[in-house]
Write a protein that binds this ligand. Structure first.
Ligand code: AMP
Length: 213
């Protein structure tokens, strides 16, 4: 099963991708994580992506599409994957459909996690992420048991550089202009499942599982 998680930054895609990947025994393919890893390792890809990520802009399609399609071609994605953060515009969605078709595969479902803009800004403000397993936490809504430490793997928690107020504003603008048209694209394809993204991660996960069944 190939599932896309669609939603604004802060909608809870990462949290739900981790939970869904565990439940469905599928790998999580998060384009943002792939870029951050490349950046950390100072690869050519990471250096190219850096300036765009810092400003909250989309990394150019030719770089992003190639990176994600290469990841999807790896053996662990043969039977399915949870796509988180990709596609983010129509160009990427069409390239993904084409690549899947060439392999006689298709996107099965697109889960659109809907959250109000006020809630998104609040969530991104207090977000902490595990450096090791990428599990996300929130200072107020879902704090870790021990401050600064991941409940799941004990890894160190950090705040993303692009979660600062100016970049967050730009990331939301980019989402509404470039990514939100994908809601209609996948609705027309009969693949969209709209999920209310307000509530606890467990509640939202249950809504997603119910909608998938
Ligand atoms: P994310 O972790 O999904 O919020 O992504 C962090 C940053 O990585 C974004 O603000 C973009 O600069 C870049 N990025 C991630 N996914 C994509 C994508 N599908 N297309 C273009 N840029 C992306």
């Amino acid at each position: 099963m190939y599932i896309i998680l669609l939603g604004a930054p802060g909608a809870g895609k990462g949290t739900q991708a981790v939970m869904l990947a565990e439940k469905k025994k599928l790998v999580q393919v998060a384009s943002g994580d792939l870029f951050r890893k490349a950046l950390q390792q100072e690869t050519e890809l990471g250096i190219k992506a850096k300036a765009y990520m810092e400003k909250g802009q989309l990394v150019p399609d030719e770089i992003t599409i190639q990176m994600v399609l290469e990841r999807l071609a790896e053996p662990d994605c043969k039977n399915g994957a949870i796509l988180d953060g990709f596609p983010r515009n129509l160009e990427q969605a069409k390239a993904l459909d084409k690549a899947m078709e060439q392999k006689s595969r298709a996107i099965d479902k697109v889960i659109y996690i809907k959250v109000s803009e006020g809630e998104l800004i609040k969530r991104l403000g207090g977000r902490w992420i595990c450096r090791k397993c990428q599990a996300p936490y929130h200072e107020v809504d879902s704090p870790p048991k021990v401050a600064g430490k991941c409940d799941r793997c004990g890894g160190e928690l950090y705040q993303r550089a692009d979660d600062n107020p100016t970049t967050v504003k730009n990331r939301l603008k980019v989402y509404f202009e470039e990514t939100s048209p994908l809601i209609e694209y996948y609705m027309e394809a009969g693949k969209l499942l709209e999920i209310n993204g307000q509530g606890s991660p467990t509640e939202i996960n249950q809504r997603i599982l119910a909608a998938l069944h």
